[in-house]
Design a binder for this molecule. Structure first.
Ligand code: SF4
Ligand code: SF4
Length: 218
């Protein structure tokens, strides 16, 4: 199946695939994963860095998510047409009782697939686009090429940690065994967004720690 052809057609330049370790499988019948990243416009990332989240940022965030779901579903249909099974993880959807976690963490797939590493902001950081990306994930039983691990682009500068207005980031350099809880107080982060940015997507976004990261800036 020509995933590369679909990514080319959709103008996706950063993608990879991997076998999921057993402990990370959501469905035993879908042991492989494909991950891809779409960059946010750099002008928007800069705007968030200077002013904090804006309505324009929130629009791009949602548009990007919608396009990710479209690409993911295109991949699912193409894989199924080849006789395999596949399922995509929604670009942005919480499924846990506490509302903080999705069906599967996109960034875990992205690291496995060689797209980048986890920064002190607990976001995927890519060499080319920094943390200013949105992620898509497709699980499948189609055989995939195992990506090579890449060096984590996060240099531990701590700029994101100091920029966070809520103090939610612990400033920890990420290691593979780290859980989300080791990196960030998600409740503090969420409470701050809801309280401060009600006028922007009802407090669904902040992005300051994403925009603060200097990696990938030109
Ligand atoms: S999204 Fe905002 S509040 Fe949450 S960790 Fe990042 S900078 Fe802090
Ligand atoms: S701002 Fe610095 S510490 Fe934070 S993710 Fe980027 S490189 Fe890592």
């Amino acid at each position: 199946m020509d995933c590369a052809g679909i990514f080319r057609e959709k103008n996706v330049t950063l993608y990879g695939s991997s076998v999921l370790p057993r402990g990370l499988r959501v469905y035993e019948s879908l042991p492989n994963v494909i991950s891809f990243a779409l960059p946010l416009p750099q002008a928007i990332v800069q705007e968030v860095a200077e002013k904090g989240p804006t309505k324009t940022y929130f629009h791009h965030y949602r548009t990007c998510n919608a396009y990710i779901d479209h690409i993911s579903y295109t991949l699912v249909l193409a894989i199924k047409a080849e006789g395999y099974d596949a399922l995509y993880i929604p670009a942005s959807q919480s499924v846990s009782e506490d509302g903080y976690h999705g069906l599967f963490p996109h960034k875990a797939a992205a690291v496995l697939c060689g797209l980048g590493g986890i920064g002190m902001n607990d976001l995927l950081v890519t060499r080319r686009y920094g943390a200013g990306v949105r992620l898509g994930t497709v699980m499948t039983n189609m055989p995939v090429v195992q990506a090579e691990a890449v060096e984590n682009p996060c240099n531990g500068c701590g700029v994101c940690v100091r920029a966070c207005p809520s103090g939610a980031l612990f400033g920890k350099k990420w290691e593979a065994a780290d859980s989300v809880e080791a990196m960030i107080d998600v409740r503090l982060c969420s409470a701050y967004m809801k309280k401060t940015y009600q006028g922007i997507g009802r407090g669904a976004v902040c992005g300051i720690c994403m925009a603060a990261c200097p990696i990938g800036r030109t």
